[in-house]
Design a protein around this ligand. Structure first.
Ligand code: FES
Length: 167
């Protein structure tokens, strides 16, 4: 981790306004994750010093709550709806197909950093079930067969934009 990032983590915590107390652990973790999209290891050290809660306890909190991530989000975030309407329209098959294509499970990021796969509750467009969103774009009435083409299109866009080295 470079110094700029290390400094910005310390600054992020110091400027958060949360008091130096164990009860600030969860709000600080949320604050850091909002700023960095995940909880960097250095942030655990800083939060531990700030709140006087041991690192192992903070790790315990992070692993207990599924909202926290220890790795950064991918360049593209795929949200697979598993709300009622999508569930009865085979959202599980959509998830399984995506998971297989990306070699990532719920909450994980692909090795190349291109995609993070998340299962979520209703995305608010049930008439299109089953639905996924990739970033802010909605794909509805999906079948598992359509997914490879959709995923490939993101890799093609990346190549077109000459963004081969993006993380
Ligand atoms: S249940 Fe999937 S969009 Fe509402």
């Amino acid at each position: 981790m470079n110094h700029a990032k290390t400094d910005s983590i310390a600054e992020c915590i110091a400027s958060s306004g949360y008091e130096k107390s164990p009860k600030s652990v969860i709000p600080l973790l949320q604050h850091v994750q909002e700023s960095f999209s995940y909880i960097p290891e250095k942030a655990i050290e800083e939060i531990s010093e700030w709140t006087r809660v041991s690192r192992s306890h903070i790790y315990g909190v992070i692993t207990f709550y599924s909202q926290f991530r220890l790795i950064p989000l991918g360049k593209n975030v795929i949200r697979v709806c598993d709300g009622t309407a999508c569930h009865i329209n085979s959202s599980e098959q959509i998830y399984e197909e995506l998971s297989g294509l990306l070699k990532a499970k719920d909450g994980e990021t692909t090795q190349d950093g291109m995609f993070t796969l998340l299962t979520v509750a209703c995305l608010g467009c049930c008439s299109l079930a089953p639905v996924i969103m990739i970033n802010d774009r909605t794909y509805g009435r999906l079948t598992p067969k359509q997914l490879k083409k959709i995923i490939d299109s993101y890799y093609e866009d990346k190549e077109r934009s000459g963004d081969r080295n993006a993380s």
